[in-house]
Write a protein of this length. Structure first.
Length: 166
């Protein structure tokens, strides 16, 4: 069943937008057992609402056959890297540490992987499964320097928790 996507409300703050989008994602994925469907929904709504600031929005999932690697999952944007080992780049750092990585300037991040040379800043949020193990990471890239802040981190972390409990 196709759903209608909301759009930004005039005068809406970024924090309010994250709350609105989080509620929309929760409503759409309620009862959905497919992680792919939940991740695709979140990537679509985030890209739709925050583009063009979010020029790449998507998920890298833990490969069950190679549990120390992430493989590209549902996303919106240009081609992504197919695989990222834990510990490499911003996504790999988030996967290895289990902590959100907020990178204001990717050129200053040791070992940054440039899947798209336009990327200037990035935020990566771990997504945990019901047992608390890493299932995926949400990766958002921007062509702007310093595009992400604590408000983005809080909003994206809240959305990733919705994906866990959906």
């Amino acid at each position: 069943m196709a759903e209608e996507m909301s759009t930004a409300v005039e005068g809406e703050t970024k924090a309010e937008a994250y709350v609105r989008i989080g509620k929309e994602i929760a409503a759409i994925v309620a009862g959905e057992t497919s992680r792919t469907a939940r991740y695709a929904t979140a990537a679509c709504l985030l890209a739709h609402n925050f583009g063009p600031r979010f020029f790449w929005t998507g998920f890298y999932v833990v490969d069950p056959q190679k549990p120390q690697e992430l493989v590209v999952g549902p996303y919106q944007g240009t081609l992504g890297c197919l695989r990222i080992p834990f510990g490499r780049g911003v996504c790999g750092a988030a996967a290895q540490s289990g902590e959100t990585q907020l990178v204001r300037d990717v050129e200053a991040f040791p070992g940054h992987i440039a899947c798209d040379s336009r990327s200037r800043s990035e935020i990566v949020v771990p997504v945990l499964d019901a047992e608390g193990a890493l299932a995926a990471v949400l990766d958002v890239d921007s062509a702007e320097l310093d595009a992400f802040d604590a408000e983005d981190q809080a909003g994206l972390e809240a959305i990733c928790k919705i994906l866990l409990t959906a």
